[in-house]
Design a protein around this ligand. Sequence first.
Ligand code: G6Q
Length: 548
Amino acid sequence: MSGAQASPGSAPAWRALAEHRRAVKDTSLRELFAADPARGERLGCEAVGWYLDYAKNLVSDETLRLLFALAESAGVQSRRDAMFRGEKINTSEDRAVLHVALRAPRDASLRVDGRDVIPDVHAVLDRMKRCAEQIRSGAWAGHSGRRIRNIVNIGIGGSDLGPRMACEALRHRADRSLRLRFVANVDGTDFAEATRDLDAAETLFVVCSKSFTTLETLTNARTARAWCVQRLGSERAVAKHFVAISTHAEAVAQFGIDAGNVFEFWDWVGGRYSLCSAIGLTLMIAIGPEHFREMLAGFHAMDEHFRTAPAQRNLPLILALLGIWNHDFLAAQSYAVLPYDQSLARLPDYLQQLDMESNGKCVDRDGRPLAHGSGPIVWGQAGTNGQHAFYQLIHQGTRLVPCDFIGFANSAHPIGRHHDLLMANFLAQPEALAFGRTARELADAGVPQALIPHRSFPGNRPTNTLLAEALEPRSLGALVALYEHKIFAQGVIWNIDSFDQWGVELGKSLAERIAPELESGVCAQPPHDSSTAALIRRYRSLRGRGGA
Ligand code: G6Q
């Protein structure tokens, strides 16, 4: 295992931060800014085209000094180096964690169990390129000789959220003559709605499943197979209308997909870290191999920044430490991801999985209960829509919700004043959250006394602002890698395994037990609790299967 590391809460650096917190608890952002006119410039940092303004966090120079000391004492640097060396830092699954290898250049070298994995990575990328080019050019003919115009990505969780988010984010770079659909849910509605207007003769299913055992994905893939065979009139159609992405070639072969249509990846790639692997095939087909490579270059540049930049200028580390401060010392339970770009509307969902599945743990790497908090709740929505929905609570509610504002200087669609208006809001919200509006200011503006409590804004709400030139493959790659490494650094400080996900297993196995009961009515042994048993009976009764 990991070699018993002391709980971070008992480390001197942690205790120093707790002490410091008591000393600064009444400090306000107004005071911090008033005391230092250069704060806005000083507490900013740039890497790979992303500028991070973190001045509007409730931190002083001393807070930052103590946070960097915490990172050092927790061994973030040595653990980071161990990850980049291909060591098995996912201890509970005894696996290396090498998503960084997926975007390393052809001439790099990274060994897992003595094998250089970079040639394997590039061999798969080359095959993906050939496949994407054939589809985009029309050279890939379907069973009846027609070109492919519809791509249906079937996968769930890490085999869905990344490509789905990135396809939307980069849609302005996509071949718009291709229709993209995503099917994840085992709810038949998802499949039915995604395919209802598609012509099977022009449809390619991309079945993404690392394990090729996932109930949702295999159920959808079987339905897709039947849909395709029935419409095209032959089992042989599967060869031209299905490709698969998996680490389990045998399971794919059993399903009936040609070995030539299978793109592999490896167990050292976690599902939620797999966007740069063959799981990104749908994205590569949509945006083309060149744009895909630009995205990989953005990821890689941020990997290199994280690996080499000094702590005080290391964007992922700074974001990680600010999160630790907000969650562990200022008691924030969640944070909001607020992209001010409609094409990034799915980023909050994507980061929700990345963060919550990685750091939503209650034991440390040695299996001991954590004596401190771990991963926060992640949520959010594209600005400005959220402003008209939940920002009220962020401004005036009783809970502290730190926010990440993400925006771009240029729009993919520069129409009239739209972009300046969007970005005016992007800048106004963090300003309002930081400085609020005092009773005195309202009184001076003539607001009636009775309304002053309602119209006051307390301020002091921490935000990060991330700004880049434009949403493009490279900036998207760098942004995702920024969050990947932020989450990694937090996991190291909390001393947890960020790369396993045992918490999703129990519900899965219980569902496998319940499904036959719903169909046959025969109760499993040992019996369920009385609540679950009553719900099973009610469901069967509502389905006309007898016995409430
Ligand atoms: C991600 C998780 C999980 C996984 C899905 C799909 O890190 O492991 O979200 O991606 O459960 O798994 P398969 O790709 O094996 O179908």
